[in-house]
Ligand binder design. Structure first.
Ligand code: SF4
Length: 282
């Protein structure tokens, strides 16, 4: 993450310069990080702030949530980090910490109500920007999902989970959504691959990919060569991929040829993985 951040901030130093950068340039800088919608939202938000808000981030939760890509969690974290407001971002790490301290499953805690009722105890130092960051880091580094570091934990004396001597049963598992896809790569002798932005996939929609179809009915594939099968995880999806290819000079009209080397266009990591597989055919 840090090299990406450094590269990004070296090229784009101010909110104003972000707002005037093209989407293509932003996506190229973001390339490899995934979650490309976030890059687009960042750009849209920068433009709204510069054009309509005198380059100032709103200090009000509802106003913040009107900005592209900013939901309840992000709005709370921003207000705490930037304006030191007494707020917490309720991500999985923070919920897990509270769930363990009280030894109550996450599902049984009304977190919003809990924060509201305990404002004075939670935010008594008025170091709210440090606190929101510390809670997230504490959950990620000490009170980890598996094998929390209870022996070195500075709050183990008040932690009911630790005192109970249980294992990590309170962690709610995120189920991965498994799906199978067939991917069809047109290749030519000039080391090019046919890509399209017209795959209607939901995730990675609008990005350059080969033809891709869900393999829900185990369709029989004719006239394509099987290259390999591999797994690819994208956010909460676990994809089982069958990769097919054929050499051809002609491609369907929705596809465009892209060089498999030195591609100057933004390509998602998902497509780059496909390209690494087909490179072996040359
Ligand atoms: S004692 Fe263990 S379970 Fe309790 S808060 Fe600390 S790290 Fe988490």
């Amino acid at each position: 993450m840090i090299p990406y951040f450094n590269k990004f901030t070296k090229k784009i130093k101010t909110l104003e310069s972000l707002a005037t950068t093209t989407e293509r340039k932003i996506l190229k800088l973001w390339e490899g990080l995934g979650y490309y919608r976030r890059a687009k939202n960042l750009l849209s938000t920068a433009r709204v702030l510069v054009n309509d808000k005198q380059s100032k981030l709103p200090q009000n939760l509802d106003e913040l949530k009107k900005l592209p890509g900013i939901g309840d969690y992000t709005a709370n974290v921003l207000l705490a980090l930037i304006y030191n407001q007494p707020r917490l971002g309720l991500d999985g790490n923070v919920k897990r910490v509270f769930s363990r301290i009280f030894n109550v499953p996450e599902k049984k805690i009304n977190f919003k109500l809990f924060i509201e009722k305990n404002k004075k105890n939670l935010f008594y130092l008025n170091r709210n920007s440090d606190f929101v960051e510390a809670m997230m880091e504490f959950g990620a580094l000490i009170c980890k999902p598996k094998e929390p570091l209870c022996n070195v934990c500075p709050i183990n004396k008040i932690c009911k989970f630790y005192k109970s001597g249980k294992n990590t049963k309170l962690v709610s598992k995120i189920k991965k959504n498994k799906k199978s896809y067939n991917i069809f790569c047109y290749l030519n002798k000039k080391k090019q691959i046919g890509l399209t932005k017209k795959n209607d996939l939901g995730f990675l929609k609008e990005y350059n990919l080969p033809i891709m179809r869900e393999n829900a009915h185990k369709e029989k594939i004719k006239n394509w060569n099987f290259l390999c099968n591999y797994k690819n995880s994208i956010s909460n999806k676990r994809l089982d991929i069958n990769l097919y290819y054929k050499f051809s000079n002609k491609i369907p009209k929705d596809l465009n040829w892209h060089s498999i080397h030195n591609n100057k266009e933004f390509l998602p990591t998902f497509t780059k993985k496909i390209i690494r597989q087909v490179e072996n055919l040359y």
